[in-house]
Design a protein around this ligand. Sequence first.
Ligand SMILES: C[S@@+](CC[C@H](N)C(=O)[O-])C[C@H]1O[C@@H](n2cnc3c(N)ncnc32)[C@H](O)[C@@H]1O
Length: 406
Amino acid sequence: MKARSHRLAATCPRGLEAVLAEELVSLGLPPGEQLRGAVAWRGDLEQAYRALLWSRVASRVLLEIGFGKATSERVLYDTARSLDWTAHASPARTLAVDFVGANDGIRHTGYGAQRVKDAICDALRAATGARPSVDPRQPDLRVHAYLTEKHLALSVDLAGAPLHLRSGGVEGGQAPLKETLAAALLRIAGWPAAAAQGLPLVDPMCGTGTLLREGAAMARGDAPGLGRARWGFQGWLGHDPALWTRLVDQARSRPPRPVPLIVGSDQDPQALAVARAALTAQGLDEAVHLARRPLAEVGPPAGPPGILVTNPPYGERLGDPDQAGQTMAALGDVLRHRFLGWRAWILAGSPALARRLGLRPTRRVEVWNGGIDCRWLEVPISARPVGAPPEQVPPPGPPRPLNPPR
Ligand SMILES: C[S@@+](CC[C@H](N)C(=O)[O-])C[C@H]1O[C@@H](n2cnc3c(N)ncnc32)[C@H](O)[C@@H]1O
């Protein structure tokens, strides 16, 4: 029997649509349409589950269950009320509605969400005599409502909590990146292909190690969804537990791929302790070498040049901008004198900070990190040494002994 086709969408922060689309195709899903903050395609439930289990870049996966006119509050309510909610939601379970968009009839998302909730509760009460209660924080079922100028699309949020929370989330550290953003940055940097060639990965300001953790898990071929216990589909009546279990079993039985050398350092012992705990939780502690080390003492590991990725301080949320500029300039020096022949990718929090690097980027990708308009800069480093090396260059050789964080 042919499986039912749905309109599916994977969401992502603005600017990452192309990398998400490319990732979904690499997972064997059909090429999707790139929208603002999402990639949409038609596919069956298995494809939606595959995206949930395997995508490292998607924030959520939505499965559309209703679509109709919404030119006014009344029309929007009727569209939402006319759906057969008994096929999706149980009055015994809790509910939340996320609402995106506005038009001349619905100007406020809070009001739009309220009317959709009213419609769902009224429909269920009429059909069953009972209505679900609302839990905006940890609902059993999260409904996603998307309003355009004339129409409303209603979807089930199959992820529930956003997918960057791989296994409950990492706590602490200065401004950690979201795992989904880190994965997108690594894909843009060409890490999957470099890892397959056995090239090394270095982050000299790794903080809680998000880039390294995602890089190691990506190289090993882990399915990120295997670490999660709670999903949005668990409270949805359309969920197919047998199909999900089959896909999880398949993902578990995949043999791990070898992980190339991955090295991270930072000056902050607390961030390193968080990094270490998060790596241990994912069984990646042996795959990533961490050391407490100031940037001024960082050098490349022995072997072929690889990829250096890093997210230096911006001086916006923490620290001061002057210090952030000096750190960027120091990073530029370390790169040009020591990482000869490497490809570096730097997340710069502003054009002024990017200039302090003193190296000419060959690619600039606009990405949003925590509300800050950043640039992911590709900076190829010449294989020939430039000028006099800075002081304290570590001798070439294997990575220096690792100091466990105190
Ligand atoms: C924005 S945070 C990196 C966050 C990281 N990407 C994560 O996901 O946790 C910047 C990091 O740079 C480190 N840092 C700043 N200046 C440094 C220096 N001179 N030497 C080594 N680390 C430095 C800070 O300790 C901080 O952990």
